[in-house]
Design a protein around this ligand. Structure first.
Ligand code: ZN
Length: 241
């Protein structure tokens, strides 16, 4: 026993003691590369999430709230909440989620009043910032860079105390389709769900109860397409029915 112990080189002992260093670093490197390749955008804030700054209020997708309003507010988005809502005090600085060119300022037909801003990105996506406090001090054609302050967050009710939040969408340039920002913004989304009321969750189709139940598993929508979630057996059931 003693001779075997003496024969084991010191470096090998270190390797045993400190475990699988290579696999860990490999995984980390792989995850970083995948994130930058598949998630080209950043969060629209410079401050970290928190109760005094901003938090995830309603995710993109088949949320209970969108389901209940699928015939009116969210009919245009196939019954899906087609953006992410970040609760934030009025006046919170909003930054561009990627390099791009301003395409529209206060195009009110796009919704998310009282003020909105759209930025076209070279990768084919358009970011849409809604419910802004005031008209963005930018003009169509102006170049912006990722992280540049482009707007201030507001409140759709224009009170700044009822439901101040940023509604952020990612569309294609033709405004035909919207995509789940969770799949395109590089952020710790698991941690972001730990604060705020987003745990209210997603509407279930009891005929297919596992579909669209996770933050990163939600359908793209085509604007003005048919409802995706007009369920025969929904859960939770609709109030008053
Ligand atoms: Zn929204």
């Amino acid at each position: 026993m003693r001779s075997i112990r003496r024969a084991v080189p010191f470096a090998a002992l270190l390797l045993i003691a400190f475990g699988p260093a290579r696999p860990q670093s490999h995984i980390k490197h792989h995850a970083t590369r995948t994130a930058s390749e598949l998630k080209p955008f950043r969060l629209p804030f410079t401050s970290p999430a928190g109760p005094a700054t901003w938090y995830l209020a309603q995710p993109y997708g088949n949320t209970v709230g969108a389901y209940f309003q699928r015939h009116d507010t969210y009919r245009y988005g196939q019954g899906i909440h087609f953006g992410v809502d970040f609760a934030a005090p009025c006046g919170t600085e909003i930054v561009a989620i990627g390099d791009g060119v301003v395409s529209e300022v206060d195009k009110l037909s796009h919704g998310a009043l009282p003020h909105n801003l759209l930025i076209d990105h070279p990768n084919g996506y358009t970011s849409f910032y809604g419910h802004l406090l005031r008209r963005a001090q930018l003009y169509p054609g102006q170049r912006v860079t990722a992280g540049q302050v482009v707007a201030l967050s507001g409140d759709p009710d224009e009170t700044c105390h009822s439901r101040p939040h940023l509604h952020l969408e990612i569309r294609d340039h033709s405004h035909t389709r919207a995509t789940n920002p969770v799949t395109l913004i590089d952020a710790d989304w698991n941690a972001l769900t730990l604060a705020g009321p987003s745990a209210r969750g997603f509407e279930r189709d009891l005929d297919d109860p596992r579909r669209w139940q996770f933050l990163d598993d939600q359908p793209d929508i085509v604007f003005s397409g048919r409802l995706l979630n007009d369920y025969d057996y929904p859960w939770p059931p609709e109030w008053g029915r």
